[in-house]
Design a protein around this ligand. Structure first.
Ligand code: SF4
Length: 244
């Protein structure tokens, strides 16, 4: 593992067996663009950037399009996004010149209501997330070797120990988090510097935006993810929760 001091190509490796602690120690000192470049060089079309159109994802998408003409950028369509999020998707496609890959559960909301009840996000949000987000993404990632996500340590206690590179045991591929050490302030400074579009709901008290039924605005002293699944002990949709 001597060649990871810069984003060069690694020899073919079984990543699940590689000592990722050694790689992380070196990648921690890299700029996010270098981590991203390392992923793009090593995995090419076998790497997918997954976004929910949050601020970190916007930064990563912009960085990726500066490094490569047509990176694979994916989002999971739950059919429950805010209209503002869909408007942002279209604005980003135009601004960055990308065509997003849409991943879908294949389960319409009406079919879900018939099978599981009218508001599954209230009666069983874990099952709703599993059906509409986690499993569809898992099926898509089954054909990939690495994925990139915008999670950062400062977002929540559940993400405080995230590392730049990890083995995603749930989905059985490498997971890259180039912005893991960035703060919210750094993300917003980057968006402002590059005049990137962002979700207009952020200006109306929504620091983190998911599906409409499960997202609320937070007060001025609220933490970034306080508006998600309010009134429950649920903190994550499950995409970033690891099966042992
Ligand atoms: S965030 Fe809410 S509506 Fe969206 S998939 Fe999860 S439980 Fe369902």
């Amino acid at each position: 593992m001597d060649d990871v001091d810069e984003p060069g190509k690694q020899p073919e490796l079984n990543w699940s067996l590689v000592d990722l602690a050694v790689i992380n120690k070196r990648l921690e000192g890299w700029e996010p663009q270098a981590v991203l470049q390392w992923g793009l060089v090593n995995f090419g079309d076998d790497l997918a950037i997954v976004t929910g159109f949050g601020p970190s994802g916007i930064v990563l998408m912009h960085m990726a399009t500066q490094l490569q003409a047509a990176p694979t950028i994916v989002y999971v369509q739950t059919d429950l996004f805010f209209a503002e999020t869909m408007a942002l998707r279209d604005a980003l496609a135009a601004r960055l010149g990308v065509t997003f890959v849409e991943v879908h559960s294949g389960l319409s909301l009406s079919e879900q209501a018939v099978r599981f009840g009218p508001c599954l996000w209230e009666s069983n949000p874990d099952l709703c997330c599993s059906l509409r987000k986690v499993e569809p993404l898992r099926r898509f990632l089954a054909a990939k070797k690495a994925w990139v996500t915008g999670i950062r340590r400062d977002q929540s206690p559940t993400r405080a120990k995230a590392t730049a590179v990890s083995w995603d045991n749930t989905n059985q591929l490498l997971k890259l988090c180039p912005l893991v050490a960035w703060t919210s302030a750094q993300v917003w400074a980057y968006i402002a510097q590059h005049h990137l579009p962002y979700n207009s709901l952020h200006d109306r008290g929504y620091p983190s935006i998911g599906c409409l039924p499960c997202t609320q605005p937070v007060g001025v002293n609220g933490h970034e993810r306080d508006g998600r699944w309010v009134g429950t002990d649920k903190l994550e949709c499950g995409i970033h929760v690891q099966m042992m």
